[in-house]
Design a binder for this molecule. Structure first.
Ligand code: OAD
Length: 252
């Protein structure tokens, strides 16, 4: 019953908001069969970030790093957007001032039809030249699964290509960072399915709050953001967002 009251309250705020921003994390894709990073069975339980997701790791062993990214690409290629992605895709088309910032690199928001996704940590489906060579663009799309050879090459210079994702120790693309902090100026800021421990993405929650947004969290577990938000809804993204969508439509 308490859950219903929270959903009704959040739906009222969403329906009257001029600008809505949603920040998503790995929890969004759990119902699509993609593991999170920090939970039991999560990616960082089985692998050490410093061996797979840093520039130093890539220099040491590009084949190993690429084998890991290739297996993640394969898993995502065989998965589908779930109800949480689908609801957010509808919102991106229905609400005028809607922004979606995702830390996820799986591309499932785009596959669900979300428009103008702000990809905070890049994409599994983009590659960059490692050098980078002067002939290559900053990054390019590549949806090949599986790769003919690992590690894949830059088609422009024949040198090593790297995944178009942000690694530990690397900066967020300044344009993406600017867009994200601009989007934190909104009426309702919703953080969904993220442990809120990785900066600067996690800082967006307090940033939105300090700019006057009504801030809500959807997560089955408590996170550091739970201390800051106005409303914390305990539950999975796929279940809560479907109920929220029903309530939004019922109120109209
Ligand atoms: P985490 O693995 O840190 O956290 C996943 C969150 O999802 C946890 O808080 C879970 O409670 C929650 N969760 C699990 N199942 C859920 C469900 N069905 N619905 C909603 N929430 C659920 O993943 P992120 O917070 O996304 O960065 O991690 C942030 C960044 O850390 C990632 O983007 C990645 C990683 O290192 C890079 O690779 C740069």
């Amino acid at each position: 019953m308490l859950l219903d009251v929270n959903i009704v309250q959040l739906a009222k705020f969403l329906n009257s908001a001029k600008r809505i921003t949603v920040l998503t994390g790995a929890g969004l894709s759990v119902a699509s069969g993609i593991p999170t990073f920090r939970e039991t069975g999560g990616l960082w339980n089985n692998y050490r970030p410093e061996e797979l997701a840093t520039p130093q790791a890539f220099i040491r062993n590009p084949k190993l790093v690429w084998a890991w990214y290739a297996s993640r690409r394969e898993k995502v290629a065989n998965s589908y957007p779930n109800n949480a992605h689908k609801v957010l895709a509808k919102w991106s088309k229905r609400f005028k001032g809607f922004s979606l910032i995702t830390q996820n690199v799986d591309g499932l928001h785009e596959r669900a039809g979300t428009v103008n996704v702000i990809r905070f940590h890049g994409s599994l489906w983009e590659l960059k030249c490692w050098i980078p060579c002067s002939a290559s663009p900053k990054h390019w799309k590549d949806k090949t699964v599986p790769f003919k050879r690992i590690p894949p090459c830059c088609p422009h210079c024949g040198g090593l290509a790297r995944p178009g994702v942000v690694w530990f120790g690397e900066s967020i693309n300044p344009t993406v960072l600017k867009k994200s902090f601009e989007a934190s100026r909104c009426d309702v800021f919703l953080t969904v399915g993220t442990s809120s421990v990785v900066n600067p993405a996690a800082l967006l929650v307090s940033e939105a709050k300090s700019k006057g947004a009504y801030v809500a969290e959807i997560n089955p577990k408590r996170t550091p953001a739970s201390e800051i938000v106005d409303l914390s809804i305990k539950g999975t993204a796929e279940e809560i967002l479907i109920n929220l969508e029903k309530e939004l439509l019922a109120q109209n």
